[in-house]
Design a protein around this ligand. Structure first.
Ligand code: NAD
Length: 480
């Protein structure tokens, strides 16, 4: 049991102003595994005040040299590394992510991103002098945008938080982070590492809470920018508030990506990568390609390969290092996934494996890896994000048809193309309307921008481009 009684605000462990708590339940065992205070609106006010004071301090974090900030971020990264085991266990025990995935992503991305952005801002310089067309010169300056309100979901709570924390802090911003109520224990380990690294008081503040308190943070007058990852529905609500306030916002939202299998592909030889691109984290991953587009010429064989693969996956307790598919994060999410399975059946798709709860698992929010064949792209299961281990195999006639089906979606976040000819696959990838796409795999790379088009979001994280959301530009004209 992990019980916490305080909130990390203003560089201190403070007593919460509200009386509510968040109780954490293991999705693998349904046992209570911990509790933390739920931040109230008054706690958010205090956190924003602390972040505001830290940002406005004339000798504070935002005025430090990038190299000095990078040195603190390096210590933060090292502190996270020494806590890697605690972090991966906390994540997997809360959201059902198989331990091997939390060890590969949740404890690897955060230190890597802190070091990447620390180095980038140190090497780049904040100012550039340009010869002006009307004589004289202009100093073009990048300045930190201010106090960032960051709101993240439960599916990759550490990696998604650090996609915001690393560029924001490297740029000189300060932050109030609101983790999702399903994953808060890991945020305490993060706070311990932040405190130990010597982040000045108020640079980072953490307010675990639900959506109402999140909405309070979004609209707070002391906040200069919102960075959000979560569902498209919540993203729209947040964008409306930010639109009214003219508050800059980045939105990383839902997806329903396509995995296009070309006729020359050796899918059976690529199943490990295929897993990462389609079923990662029990299908609770925004970028996974859950619409598998298969050529009619090889349709039956591809359905068979995917069916055999999905039914071979080891479903079990998220903390078991051999588990490949863990439980859904909550009973609610399990019910949601099951309701989509019912819809798929009702619409006429054919289940080739899975379709229910695994035998012998009386406890835990498990859903067996499920494959639907004979799916029409217009079906609900092909149009809406399920966020579970459910794949739909959709037949196509030729490449134009495959591209048309891939693009026939409200979303545009990830995707993949599978082929023996990577150059040709890259040509196909160029035609897909999406923010990112992989050839014979899908791996987010920290040096490359990541984000969505259409209902998948606005703005980009990662890469040098990921800094832009945390900076504002100032031109200082100098007369000749
Ligand atoms: P969610 O939108 O319900 O919640 C996400 C976070 O936003 C939580 O912290 C929640 O408390 C908060 N929140 C919800 N409504 C809010 C509001 N109106 N104002 C302020 N805060 C609010 O999403 P979820 O179900 O927790 O996460 C799954 C979703 O996240 C999926 O749709 C998935 O595709 C998406 N996601 C996107 C990316 C990406 O990078 N594009 C990455 C991971 C997950």
């Amino acid at each position: 049991m992990s019980d916490y009684r305080h909130l990390y605000i203003g560089g201190e462990w403070v007593t919460p102003r509200g009386a509510s708590t968040i109780t954490l339940v293991s999705p693998s065992t349904e046992e209570v595994i911990g509790s933390v205070p739920e931040a109230s609106e008054a706690d958010v006010d205090r956190a924003v005040d602390a972040a505001r004071a830290a940002f406005d301090d004339p000798t504070g974090w935002s005025r430090w040299s990038p190299a000095d900030r990078a040195a603190v971020l390096e210590r933060f990264a090292a502190g996270l590394e020494t806590r890697a085991e605690a972090i991966s266990k906390a994540v997997s025990s809360q959201n059902g992510m198989p331990l091997q995935i939390s060890q590969a992503f949740e404890t690897v991305f955060p230190p890597l991103l802190l070091r990447y952005y620390g180095k980038l801002v140190s090497e780049r310089g904040a100012e550039e002098r340009r010869d002006a067309m009307f004589g004289g010169t202009t100093v073009v300056r990048r300045e930190p945008i201010g106090v960032v309100g960051a709101i993240v979901p439960w599916n990759f709570p550490q990696a998604l938080a650090f996609l915001k924390i690393a560029p924001a802090l490297a740029s000189g911003c300060t932050m109030v982070l609101k983790p999702a109520p399903e994953t808060v224990l890991d945020s305490y380990v993060m706070a311990e590492a932040a405190a130990e690294a010597g982040l000045p008081p108020g640079v980072m503040n953490i307010v675990p809470a639900g959506r109402e308190v999140g909405a309070h943070l979004v609209a707070h007058p002391g906040v200069d920018k919102i960075a959000f990852t979560g569902s498209t529905a919540a993203g729209r609500a947040i964008a409306e508030t930010c639109g009214r306030l003219l508050r800059p916002v980045t939105l990383e939202l839902g997806g329903k990506s396509a995995a296009i299998v070309l006729p020359d592909c050796d899918l059976a030889g690529s199943l490990e990568s295929f897993f990462g691109a389609t079923l990662l984290n029990n299908g609770q991953t925004c970028f996974v390609g859950t619409r598998i587009l298969a050529p009619r010429s090889r349709y039956d064989e591809i359905v068979e390969t995917i069916t055999a693969f999905a039914s071979s996956l080891n479903v079990g307790d998220a903390l078991d290092p051999t588990t490949q598919i863990g439980p859904m994060v909550s009973a609610r999410q399990r019910d949601r996934v099951e309701s989509y399975i019912d819809k798929g059946k009702a619409e006429g798709a054919r289940i080739t494996t899975g379709g229910g709860r695994p035998a012998g698992r009386e406890r835990g929010f498990f859903v067996s890896p499920t494959v639907f064949a004979d799916v029409d792209n217009r079906y609900t299961i092909a149009q809406e994000e399920i966020f579970g281990p459910v794949l739909s195999v959709i037949p196509y006639t030729d490449e134009d048809d495959a591209v048309r089906i891939a693009n026939d979606s409200e979303y545009g976040l990830g995707g993949s193309v599978w082929s023996a000819d990577p150059e040709h696959a890259t040509d196909v990838a160029r035609r897909v309307r999406t923010g990112s796409i992989g050839i014979n795999s899908y791996v987010n790379d920290p040096v490359s921008p990541f984000g969505g088009v259409k209902a998948s979001g606005l703005g980009r994280e990662m890469g040098p481009e990921g800094l832009a959301g945390y900076e504002t530009l100032k031109s200082i004209y100098q007369a000749p």
